[in-house]
Design a protein around this ligand. Structure first.
Ligand SMILES: [Zn+2]
Length: 322
């Protein structure tokens, strides 16, 4: 009974696999689907695994994660030993810091691609205006030698193998594979490793561009940190893009700024009153002047609550006049 149950379960699983349209690879006998499951395991449960991984690469603080990732896949490229491969392996073993070229290549290229993509949605004349809907890979941006599309073609797409795969019903599809290390003999090993890192950056970044999350990624105008919105911004941002931390700071500054301007008005009005009449200005009257000027709705309470600050300003203004 138990055994029969297991067999049935197995059968239904195979049937399900075939009916969901998976491909049948003649080489391994297994279905071969290259997806972003190659990402380190901890990203698989994230709601946006690829975007989370890219942000982690961009922040530059996770070099060890990038290194482990690149080394993991390099093992497959080194599976068939040739004299050339053996020579490279010896050099990498002899100098572990050499592999940093690949790590640097991946991080710096990921940043370059993210910047090109994000900047393609920004206004060329007003630096604070951002319209992610306008983002594209075709424009050659000021200060750049080529478009993002050309950069990705050069570093990945032109040499990236794709395979045709067949399903049970005979229909076919194209699948791709992970980037391979290409130790071209006329290249210095440092350059080949750097190019390998760039290829991986292009692999993932082009994946992001081809996903629903391509317009979620953004960069803070203030601290330059990369971050992701929960939803793509559909409206034009007119007063700069800020990460959560900088947004909080700038709104505090904005609040302080308008508070200070109101207190300045109160002080000036008080001086104005005193210059014409004897005695201090009534709080109701000061509040009324501030409300007229700043569109607020303060009463006498606001003036008495801030009296100390207003008097400080009155004194400062008197001193300034000498
Ligand atoms: Zn910031």
């Amino acid at each position: 009974m138990h055994k029969a149950h297991r067999v049935m379960k197995y059968k239904s699983r195979t049937r399900r696999a075939k009916s969901t349209g998976q491909t049948l690879s003649p080489i391994s006998g297994h279905t071969r689907t290259v997806s972003y499951l190659g990402l380190p395991p901890r990203f698989r449960n994230e709601p946006r695994p690829l975007l989370s991984f890219i942000l982690r690469v961009l922040d530059g603080k996770h070099r060890q994660m990038v290194r482990q990732h690149l080394e993991y896949f390099l093992r497959f490229d080194f599976q068939i030993p040739t004299p050339e491969i053996e020579r490279i392996q010896r050099r990498l073993r002899g100098d572990p810091s050499l592999f940093q070229c690949a790590v640097n290549g991946m991080i710096s290229s990921m940043r370059e691609m993210a910047d090109m993509w994000i900047d393609s949605g920004k206004s060329r004349t007003e630096r604070e205006v951002d319209f992610p809907t306008d983002r594209n890979v075709e424009d050659v941006l000021p200060g750049r030698a080529c478009s993002l599309a050309l950069l990705i073609y050069r570093s990945l797409l032109r040499s990236h193998p794709v395979y045709k795969e067949m399903r049970r019903d005979g229909s076919q599809t194209i699948t791709e594979t992970y980037p391979r290390f290409d130790p071209q003999s006329h290249w210095k090993l440092e350059d080949a490793l750097q190019a390998h890192g760039t290829k991986w950056a292009a692999f993932y970044f082009s994946g992001l561009l081809d996903s629903p999350f391509s317009r979620h990624i953004s960069r803070c105008d203030h601290c330059k940190a990369y971050f992701a919105y929960h939803r793509a911004r559909l409206r034009k941002v007119k007063h700069g893009v800020f990460c959560l931390a900088c947004e909080r700071q700038s709104s505090v500054k904005r609040t302080e700024g308008s508070r200070n301007r109101r207190l300045d008005t109160a002080a000036k009005e008080r001086i104005e009153w005193e210059s014409r009449r004897k005695g201090p200005a009534p709080p109701e009257w000061i509040a009324e002047q501030v409300n007229k000027r700043h569109g607020t709705a303060f009463g006498r309470r606001w003036v008495s609550q801030n009296l100390e600050k207003i008097l400080e300003r009155v004194e400062a203004l008197h001193n300034a006049k000498g």
